[in-house]
Design a protein around this ligand. Structure first.
Ligand SMILES: Nc1ncnc2c1ncn2[C@@H]1O[C@H](COP(=O)(O)OP(=O)(O)OP(=O)(O)O)[C@@H](O)[C@H]1O
Length: 308
């Protein structure tokens, strides 16, 4: 299927000489929720801003809905809704007006019915006559989303949608994103929260120092990352392991005093029963055991650090 967003060999060098993106190639399928993860300064906002036409690329090609974002800017931009990290709207403006204005920017005819639906979906309808300055932080965030949806975009970019918001609003956002997906909107979000990617995304991309270092289906990523370790503390230190244990891919701990067995939590069989039987047969006794599980957070940090 034709990707709705296609990014090929994208690089960005800012005027300062900083290389913010290097050879980024990425296709986003229509209707998917794609989470872009990366540490501060990795290039997430730069990538989004280039696709949205706010920052000019140094190299590469981007198409949105088949339109080149440079030569067919208007057509490409019209398909995109962008929810930035911060509100830049005039604090004195009213909710209804600012959201309607956003629609007008794209040259679309007025459609009060659509604006009403968007505001209702975001629980902002009651506040339509309020001025932005009179809203809570969470409501202001929702106004940003309403503005981004005012022109019925096909692709929605959310730049850290839930940074610093409370649990309830975060869950509201997640629900909203799912609803949009059901309506056929493609959602690309950046986040620092692994939990958010886990909750929402169909696919996850990890960016580090301007390079995409991994793109994976979330389910696959979880399967790969969902590892546990079993550490067996041995009664007697071992030197080399007997041949009969080779199939278990054990690591020998420091001084041969422990054996470390890594297994997948999501696998149907962990292999532990077989391992314990083989250990007994080999006459290896242990005094204690413990298990640990690396959190997704740990794994993400390792992944990002590993490529340093
Ligand atoms: N206008 C600019 N001029 C020069 N350098 C910039 C500019 N905007 C961003 N950068 C630099 O480009 C790099 C990538 O920044 P970017 O904002 O894209 O990262 P990010 O992944 O979105 O970070 P964060 O998670 O902190 O929002 C950073 O080193 C940043 O300092």
């Amino acid at each position: 299927m034709q990707p709705i967003v296609s990014i090929a060999n994208l690089s960005k060098v800012y005027a300062s000489g900083l290389h913010a993106l290097r050879g980024v190639t990425l296709d986003i399928a229509k209707g998917e929720i794609f989470a872009l993860l990366g540490p501060n300064g990795a290039g997430k906002s730069t990538l989004i801003n280039i696709v949205c036409g706010i920052v000019t690329p140094s190299e590469g090609m981007i198409r949105v809905g088949g339109h080149d974002i440079q030569s067919q800017y208007r057509a490409a931009r019209r398909m995109i809704g962008l929810v930035p990290q911060e509100l830049t709207t005039d604090a004195f403006e009213k909710v209804w007006d600012t959201v309607s204005f956003s629609r007008g920017l794209f040259g679309l005819p007025r459609d009060p019915g659509h604006i009403e639906r968007v505001l209702k979906d975001l629980a902002l309808y009651e506040k339509r006559e309020s001025r932005i300055m009179q809203l809570s932080g969470g409501m202001k965030r929702r106004v940003l989303i309403a503005k981004a949806l005012a022109h019925e975009p096909k692709v929605l970019f959310l730049d850290e949608p839930t940074a610093g918001v409370d649990v309830e609003l975060r869950q509201d956002m997640w629900r909203l994103v799912r609803r949009l997906r059901e309506q056929g909107v493609t959602v690309i979000l950046t986040t620092h929260y692994i939990e958010e990617a886990e909750e929402m995304a169909d696919r996850v991309g990890v960016i580090r120092k301007g390079e995409i270092i991994l793109v994976e289906e979330k389910v696959e990523l979880m399967r790969k990352l969902g590892k546990k370790q079993l550490t067996l503390h041995l009664r007697e230190p071992v030197g080399t392991l007997p041949e009969s244990l080779a199939r278990h891919a054990l690591q020998v701990g420091e001084g041969g005093r422990s054996l470390i067995y890594t297994y997948e939590t999501r696998g149907e069989r962990t292999g532990i029963t077989g391992l314990l039987g083989d250990l007994a047969d080999a006459g290896i006794a242990f005094t204690d055991l413990d298990t640990s599980q690396s959190s997704l957070e740990d794994i993400f940090v390792d992944l990002v650090r590993e490529r340093a």
